[in-house]
Every structure is written in C-alpha cells, then in structure tokens.
Design a binder for this molecule. Structure first.
Ligand code: 0X9
Ligand code: ZN
Length: 302
C-alpha cells in the first residue's frame, strides 16, 4: 500500500514510498531510476511509465524545482496516479507515449520548506540566511543573464556557473540522453495560472512560436474544461518577466525539445504558495488535462 491521499501535502518520504509502491506493483509498466543525488544526498527519483514499445515518443514532466510550490509535486503525483491506476480512462495517446516524471527536482528544499521555512525557494547548498541556489536560474542556456543574480543572498541567485548544482546537472544529463525520443518538456511551478513557453531569458520567440502558441492554447482550453480555472498563455519573458537560466529555455534551446512549457499552477495570488489542500484535486485534474494534450499532439505526429 501507500500513504498518498491528495488531501494533504505529503512529505518526501511519502512521495518516494508511493513511487516505490508503484514500481513494485506494476513492474511491467513502471520503473524507477535514481538519476543522481541532491546536494544533501537525497536521491532524485525519475519514474518511467512505458508504452512497451522501444523508441516511442516521450514526455518529460517535473515539479518542485522551487521548494515552496507544494502544489507542483502534489499535481505531478496526481498525474502519475491517473496514468497508472486509472490507465484505461484516458484514451490511447497516453498509452502510446513514454513518460519520464521527476516529481521533486529539489528534495532538500522541499523538506526544508516543510520543517523550517515554509517559503523557502532555492536548493540547500551552504547554510544560513544566504544558503541556496535558484535551480531555475542554474540551467545552461543564457545562464547569468537578465532576471538572475550573482549575489548568493538573493532569491534568484544563479549559482557559480551553469549546472553547478547536482540537481540541475542530473536532470540535464538525463534529459540530454533521451533527446531522441523526448518531444515535450513540462515543468510545474506555482503560482499565477500561466502556460509559459520560450523564451524566458528575454522577450522574443523561437522559430516555431506558432506551434508553441497553438498547443499552449489547446492546453489552456483543456485545463479550463477539466478544473475550471483560467490559464493565460504566452512567452515567459513577455507574459511574466525575463528570467535567464530556466529549465524551459534550456529544454528548448539546448536540448532541442520542441514543446517546452512552464505551467504556473493555482492560484492567482489570493493564497499564493500556501494553497489550501482542497485545491489539490482540482489542480491535479487540470494538470493531467494539460499533459494529455501534449500526448495527443506528439502521438498523432508519428
Ligand atoms: O521565476 C521563475 O523561475 C518562474 N516563476 S516562479 O514564480 N514559479 O518562480 C517562471 C519561469 C519562467 N521561465 C523562464 N523565465 N525561463
Ligand atoms: Zn517556481
């Protein structure tokens, strides 16, 4: 059995226990790979849900790059549960793709936000008030540019160099090794209800902006139908603010993954990061709807 309920925000041990339970219960469908360890030594666990066909198009999903954004790991585990325990309810395309899912990119920060400081954002390199690197400024595409900081005490500290942190290094190494099949990269954050596509480092758009925008709008419609919240679609820098070294820009610009999105989940700021637990399931439903659009998109393109 497992302890996951989607009626509370779970500690890391419960989340990892749940992943282990799934791999043990569905060994033909589900495997776990530890792709590295955090700065404090916690494993980074990626769950693979397999189509069973080698070379199938694949989708990467992550959550919890930022420690305090608890709705992100909660929604990602909701997605995992539906893709596995409710597999027949979601159509063919979810079965036609491989899913690589890292629910908690920043496990040290996540635990720190539970134990010590609810609003912690960064990882846990170092100690004291100025500890931590913003992992979403540490990726190696346009690293160190606008919207990031060289000052360790800042919330947007980019680190000493691109991929200086074990969490981003492990993620990028794993994703880079699967670029042949990965066609979509989705990273869940909160809050604001946005579907953001590159570029985030500066206002501007990739050559296939029309595709990113079209699929982004499809995602927004599907999320609205599924959960009832409205999400705004646009380029990350143009819609929110410029911020360099983000995982989304790296996935698109360096790893060459066509459909790269940052989804900022609920709400629009009333509760902000401290989203009450009764919103976990509706937000999880929206998140599932979002990734199903991407499965449809890339499975159809085969
Ligand atoms: O600032 C961020 O890292 C994200 N917003 S959050 O409130 N969750 O911290 C937005 C990132 C958007 N993508 C890029 N700017 N590359
Ligand atoms: Zn975030």
């Amino acid at each position: 059995g497992h302890r996951m309920t989607w009626q509370s925000y779970h500690r890391l041990a419960d989340i990892y226990g749940y992943l282990d339970y799934l791999a043990q219960t569905y060994p033909q469908l589900v495997t776990i790979q530890t792709i590295g360890n955090s700065i404090e030594g916690r494993p980074l666990k990626v769950l693979k849900i397999s189509s069973g066909r080698p070379g199938s198009p694949a989708i990467w999903i992550d959550g919890g790059i930022h420690a305090r954004e608890w709705i992100a790991p909660a929604s990602v585990t909701y997605i995992i549960n539906e893709l596995i325990e409710n597999r027949d309810a979601h159509g063919e395309s979810v079965k036609d793709v491989d899913w690589y899912i890292l629910p908690v990119v920043n496990p040290d920060g996540y635990e720190y936000s539970h134990r010590i400081d609810r609003l912690w954002r960064k990882n846990r390199r170092g100690s004291g008030y100025c500890a931590g690197i913003d992992l979403n400024r540490n990726f190696g595409y346009k690293w160190g540019g606008a919207g990031s900081s060289r000052e360790p005490c800042k919330e947007i500290f980019a680190g000493s160099s691109a991929f200086s942190e074990p969490e981003t290094a492990a993620l990028s190494k794993f994703v880079s090794s699967h670029t042949g099949t990965l066609k979509a990269y989705v990273t869940f954050h909160s809050y604001g209800q946005y579907i953001l596509h590159p570029w985030g480092y500066a206002v501007g758009y990739p050559h296939d902006h029309a595709d990113l925008s079209r699929v982004g709008q499809k995602i927004a419609s599907a999320m609205y139908q599924a959960g009832g919240a409205s999400y705004k679609v646009g380029g990350a820098a143009a819609t929110l603010y410029p911020a360099s070294g983000g995982s989304d820009d790296w996935a698109k610009g360096a790893a060459g993954i066509k459909y790269s999105y940052t989804i900022e989940l609920r709400d629009r700021g009333y509760f902000g990061f401290i989203l009450p637990v009764q919103y976990i399931i509706p937000t999880g439903r929206e998140s599932l709807a979002a990734v199903k659009v991407l499965a449809d998109e890339i499975a159809n393109g085969r």
